[in-house]
Design a protein around this ligand. Sequence first.
Ligand SMILES: Nc1ncnc2c1ncn2[C@@H]1O[C@H](COP(=O)(O)OP(=O)(O)O)[C@@H](O)[C@H]1O
Ligand SMILES: [Mg+2]
Length: 223
Amino acid sequence: MIELHRVSKVFSVGPVKVPALSDVSLRIAKGEFVVLTGASGAGKTTLLRLLYRDDVPSDGEVQVLGEDVASLRRSEVAALRRSIGVVFQDAKLLPARTVYENVAFVLRVLGTPKREITPRVFDALRTVGISARAQAYPAQLSQGEAQRASLARAIVRQPSLLLADEPTGNLDDAMEAEIIDVIKDIRAGGTTVILATHQSRLVRALRRRTITLDGGYLLKDEG
Ligand SMILES: Nc1ncnc2c1ncn2[C@@H]1O[C@H](COP(=O)(O)OP(=O)(O)O)[C@@H](O)[C@H]1O
Ligand SMILES: [Mg+2]
């Protein structure tokens, strides 16, 4: 599903070179639930961005779903991104649209037949437990509900890979536990999950395979 071979990423900030990832190799199989951890600045977000081809490596090779992401053409990048759902710390919902519209929007952009949209949106909303909030606007949601809505938006295309970058970073403990349960349910449906978090308490609670980055290097891969 995912293979990184000696991947490095260096950002140029004016004349300064900032190494974000250095010589990282790893493999993740279909259906795994992997936790990606390390202190702030360790390279977690950079690694996820390489997986959904938001950026390309400076060196080494990144393969996702059988494709070498650096060599993809524009149309192929779009196809890759359709099979990957991404959620962030901030739910990033469109404020002027309801929860339903935020999720349906994704399907409309993909040209999904009209009659399929409503059932698929409600399937996704049910999976994350907010179908009762379909007509609410983002400002009316709790942070936990907003994050559920962003998860619904990520899974409505039925991606084979879900990338979650600090998805519980804005949530209190109770909401965090709920969101983690939702992510576990998504995984149980067959989706491969990579969850990035700097919170060691959450890493311990998850008890999953854990890949630890330290200053851009792969420090540990265990569990
Ligand atoms: N677009 C960018 N331009 C310059 N430096 C960046 C950029 N993105 C990340 N970095 C740097 O790369 C390193 C890793 O960042 P990041 O991947 O965001 O770490 P994490 O998500 O683990 O906090 C940090 O030193 C960060 O400042
Ligand atoms: Mg980050």
